[in-house]
Design a protein around this ligand. Structure first.
Ligand SMILES: *[C@@H]1O[C@H](CO)[C@@H](O)[C@H](O)[C@H]1NC(C)=O
Ligand SMILES: *[C@@H]1O[C@H](CO)[C@@H](O)[C@H](O)[C@H]1NC(C)=O
Ligand SMILES: *[C@@H]1O[C@H](CO)[C@@H](O)[C@H](O)[C@H]1NC(C)=O
Ligand SMILES: *[C@@H]1O[C@H](CO)[C@@H](O)[C@H](O)[C@H]1NC(C)=O
Ligand SMILES: *[C@@H]1O[C@H](CO)[C@@H](O)[C@H](O)[C@H]1NC(C)=O
Ligand SMILES: *[C@@H]1O[C@H](CO)[C@@H](O)[C@H](O)[C@H]1NC(C)=O
Length: 357
C-alpha cells in the first residue's frame, strides 16, 4: 500500500535570482524526496539547479543515483531517458557533459543536480531513481513517482557592462560580465567598437573566471584601452555567446572627458564705428564655461558663455559682439577655468572715409 504524505521542509535561496525555493517532501514506502513545489524557471545558454534531498529507511543503503528526463505523461521514464548515471555510457548524448551532482557524497542525502548549457528543449519533467542494497543485501532500486519540473525559456538576461569615468590620455577599461553563474562551457565574449558610425575593431576576448560560491562562477572580460577624445560618444558592444550560438548583448556609449585647444577667431582690427565680433570656442566634454573679460578699464566679467547650450552638437562656441566702440584700445581675454586665458589686443584702424582700410 502506498502512503503519500508531504510536508514543506526547506527553503533554499536561488543564487541567480535571489528568490526562495520551497521544497516539498513526499514519502512513499519509506523513501522520501524533496523537490521544489513549483516549476523551476531557467534560461537557454545558462544552467539550472534542481534542488533535491532524499531519505530512506535504515534498512536501505543507497549506492548511487540515476536521473531521467522524460515526458510528464509517462509514469516512469525509460532507460533511454537517462541524463545522469554513474556509468557514463548509459547517459544519452547531449547530456553526458552537461549534468552533474552538486554533492557527490551520498551520505549527505543530497540529490541536487546542475544542468549546464541549457536549451529550450531541456524543458520537461525530471525523475530520480535511487539504487542501493536492501535489508538482505540485495540490489534494489526505487524510482520516485514525483518529479521536478523545469521550464527553459529563451535567454533574456543581458550582460552587465561597467564603465568607469574615462579621461583623455589615460588608460580606461570596460568590464563585461556574462549573465548566469554557471560552471558549463564558458561563453565567448566579443567586443565591438563603433566610432562615428564606423566599426573600428571587433575581437573575441578570452574570459576570466572568478569562483563565487560552490558551483557558481562569474565570467567576465575586461577591455583595456587608451582613452582618446575621438572615443567620446563611441558605442561599445559586448556580445556574450553561449553554446548553441545563444547570444545576448549590451551596448554602452562612452563619455570621455577631454578638452581641445581654446580658439579665438574674428578680426581684431576694425574700423571706428564697427562692431568687434570675436568667437571663442572650446571643444570639450563635459562642455566648458568660457568667459570674456575686458581690460584695462575693468576686470569685470562681461560675458560668460556656458557652452552647455551646445552640448551634443560638438560645437561649444559662440560669437561675442562688442556693440559699442569708442575708438580706444582694449585687450580681451577669453578663458576657461582649465586654460591660461588668451589675451587679444584690439585696436581701431585709421579712420578711412572711403570705407577702405
Ligand atoms: C546540496 O548540496 C549543495 C552543494 O553542497 C548545496 O548547495 C545545497 O544547498 C544542498 N541541497 C540540499 C537540498 O541540501
Ligand atoms: C551609438 O548608438 C546610438 C543608438 O543606437 C546611435 O544613435 C548613435 O549614432 C551611435 N553612435 C555612434 C558614434 O556610432
Ligand atoms: C550565430 O548567430 C549569429 C547571429 O545571431 C549568426 O550570424 C551566425 O551565423 C550564427 N552562427 C551559427 C554557427 O549558427
Ligand atoms: C554620459 O554623459 C551624458 C551627458 O552628461 C549622461 O547623460 C550619460 O548618462 C553619461 N553616460 C555614461 C555612461 O556615463
Ligand atoms: C560675427 O561673426 C560670426 C562668425 O564669423 C557671424 O556669423 C556673425 O554674423 C557676426 N556678427 C555680427 C554682428 O557681425
Ligand atoms: C558652431 O555653431 C555656430 C552656430 O550654430 C556656427 O555658426 C559655427 O560655424 C559653428 N562652429 C564650428 C567650429 O563648427
Amino acid at each position: 500500500m502506498a502512503v503519500l504524505t508531504w510536508i514543506i521542509l526547506l527553503v533554499l535561496v536561488n543564487t541567480d535570482t535571489g528568490s526562495s525555493v520551497m521544497l516539498r517532501k513526499r514519502c512513499m514506502l519509506g523513501f522520501c524526496v524533496s523537490f521544489p513545489e513549483e516549476e523551476i524557471k531557467a534560461e537557454a545558454g545558462l544552467c539550472v539547479v534542481i534542488p533535491c534531498s532524499f531519505s530512506t529507511s535504515s534498512s536501505f543503503t543507497p549506492q548511487n543515483m540515476v536521473w531521467f528526463k522524460c515526458d510528464a505523461s509517462k509514469s516512469k521514464c525509460a532507460e533511454s531517458d537517462i541524463i545522469f548515471h554513474p556509468n557514463r555510457r548509459k547517459v544519452q548524448d547531449g547530456f553526458r557533459e552537461r549534468v552533474s551532482l552538486l554533492e557527490p557524497d551520498l551520505s549527505l542525502e543530497n540529490c541536487s543536480i546542475i544542468v549546464n548549457d541549457l536549451t529550450e528543449s531541456d524543458t520537461g519533467s525530471y525523475q530520480l531513481r535511487l539504487n542501493g542494497l536492501n535489508y538482505y543485501g540485495n540490489q534494489e532500486g526505487f524510482t520516485f513517482p514525483v518529479r521536478a519540473f523545469v521550464s527553459a525559456k529563451a535567454l533574456s538576461q543581458k550582460p552587465t557592462v561597467t564603465v568607469p569615468p574615462l579621461t583623455e590620455g589615460q588608460q580606461g577599461s570596460l568590464t563585461c560580465t556574462a549573465p548566469g553563474l554557471c560552471s558549463g562551457s564558458g561563453p565567448k565574449i566579443t567586443w565591438t567598437w563603433t566610432e562615428g558610425g564606423k566599426e573600428e575593431f571587433r575581437f573575441t576576448e578570452s574570459i576570466s573566471v572568478e569562483k563565487m560560491t560552490e558551483g557558481t562562477w562569474k565570467m567576465s572580460s575586461t577591455l583595456t584601452f587608451n582613452s582618446l577624445a575621438e572615443s567620446h560618444d563611441a558605442n561599445v558592444t559586448c556580445a556574450v555567446r553561449y553554446r548553441n550560438n545563444i547570444t545576448t548583448l549590451e551596448t554602452v556609449t562612452l563619455n570621455v572627458t577631454y578638452v581641445k585647444e581654446i580658439k579665438v577667431s574674428g578680426a581684431l582690427i576694425i574700423r571706428e564705428g564697427e562692431t568687434l565680433n570675436l568667437t571663442c570656442s572650446l571643444d570639450s566634454f563635459p562642455p566648458s564655461v568660457l568667459t570674456w573679460t575686458k581690460s584695462p578699464e575693468t576686470t569685470e566679467t562681461f560675458l560668460q558663455i556656458n557652452s552647455n547650450d551646445f552640448c551634443g552638437s560638438n560645437n561649444n562656441s559662440r560669437s561675442f559682439q562688442l556693440e559699442r566702440w569708442d575708438g580706444k584700445f582694449f585687450s580681451f581675454k577669453c578663458k576657461n577655468r582649465r586654460f591660461r586665458p588668451i589675451h587679444l589686443y584690439s585696436k581701431a584702424s585709421q579712420y578711412d572715409p572711403d570705407g577702405k582700410s
